[in-house]
Design a protein. Structure first.
Length: 80
């Protein structure tokens, strides 16, 4: 094979490789963007759940309030 044909084949191979790598880079950039969007989408519900957990009443407190209410109602009904 003459050197000119080898150089041409190498140039074509290099061009094909550069095009392929550019396409892969574009796909990777798209995947990173989608991953960032997914992270943001997941963070919002996590923040909402955390806020709800902070504002909910703990079960022992509800049980104590129910017990006190039952005792008060019993005392009131016995007093009548």
């Amino acid at each position: 094979m003459p050197e000119g044909q080898i150089a041409l084949a190498l140039a074509e191979l290099r061009s094909a490789l550069e095009v392929g790598l550019a396409r892969i880079d574009g796909q990777l950039a798209l995947l990173v963007q989608r991953s960032d969007q997914t992270d943001k989408a997941l963070a919002e519900p996590e923040e909402r759940v955390s806020a709800l957990e902070k504002t909910r009443w703990p079960l022992p407190t509800v049980a104590v309030l129910a017990s006190i209410t039952a005792v008060v109602l019993t005392i009131v009904s016995l007093a009548r």
